[in-house]
Design a binder for this molecule. Sequence first.
Ligand code: CAO
Length: 426
Amino acid sequence: MVTEVRVPDIGTPNKVPVIEILVKVGDKVSKDTGLLTLETDKATMEIPCPVAGVIKTLKVKIGDKVGQNDLLFELEAMGATSSLATKKEEIKVASLPTEAVAQSSKTPEIKNAIKVEAPSSAGSDVYAGPGVRRFARELGVDLQVVESTGPKGRVQKSDVEEFVRDHLENGPSVGSGSLGNLSPAPVIDFNKFGETETKALSRIKKLSGANLHRNWVSIPHVTHFEEANITELEAFRKEQQIALEKSGLKFTLLGFLIKALVSSLKAYPNFNSSLDASGTELILKKYFHVGIAVDTPNGLVVPVIRDVDKKGLIDLAEELGKVSTKARNGLLTALDMQGGCFTISSLGGIGGTSFTPIINAPEVAILGVSKAQIRLIMANMQSEAIPQLMLPLSLSYDHRVIDGAEAARFMSFFAKQLSDVRRLLL
Ligand code: CAO
């Protein structure tokens, strides 16, 4: 017998979007299996199956807007049928991340009838439907460390699956536990020594921390230091900045670094590569996408500027401005941060003489940039030292892929590009 599953009373007269479909045609479902998730302004709601059966047809797709009594599914019922429409008592609700559980009390007409799924403390600022939360819970996955690909940063079931697959293939995260034969970090009660305050790490810090730790312990890093004479470049940049003043564009050093990087990657293609999963072959990339480390209030993010070889200095300046604003406003999507070939991490605007950046795997090298300083240099065989603006550079590279001599040549080439601004314009 074919049973229709329709939208029950969801406590609002408005149509609301379908944000997840948790089953497909042919799936055998039991009574109360979550079928799909709807989203109102305040909460996400999972619609459970009213009877056991086999899904025959899907009448909606993700993004469709539905209201009370709209047809969602047809299913071939197995055994006794109870009701055609799902009862509102069975709907599971999860508050959206910005809303506290208390939000539900604002809708008293459904408050007593529905089962409220309180966001667990360990996932409260994660945006995910009840079905995905339950799925993650069943697998023991902390949603805070799962990378989201859904709209508005929503974690989807496929994200949890990808996370588990990655962990099975690459081993567990080395986030907080012990590592191999290393003894675990001691657990210390710091209150014995004085007053303390405990603060949770941000979601970005947890995610990037696990990746940084994995990259740090799994890649044999070497850091090579170099200096570039950017006296001419800086004079040219300042001149152009004045000319561009009215446009509001910031003609930054970073754009020049990206241009110099493209020529260096073309001259030394091993730096634009990744090791394959077996670690025995090198995948050389013919495209040039550069990641830029951006410091945000919630932690470090690395948006990727694509096809930098096809862009001029002004295009790059514009895009850098837009992408760092987007990053600081927390609006980057997962796609904005994928596909990078090489990362630049610039602390030059802040300070420091050098640092050892951690490679952003699966890339094989990363460039750290520190604060340029005026120094007295014996230039052009002159007998006198003249003041020059010197830019400190730190290249960390994967020693499995790149030899020390190759790194030294790469950096010397890169520094030469920066020291003669005409080369960058070629
Ligand atoms: N040496 C000296 N001065 C520098 C410089 C350098 N290498 N790089 C930039 N500056 C100066 C600029 O001239 C500018 O000065 P004015 O305001 O007087 O014009 C100022 O610093 C700001 O520069 P900018 O607007 O061009 O920005 P930026 O290129 O320094 O940085 C960005 C952009 C997104 C990289 C940066 O904001 C950022 O987030 N940096 C941190 C990245 C990070 O955290 N890396 C660490 C990763 S490991 O944890």
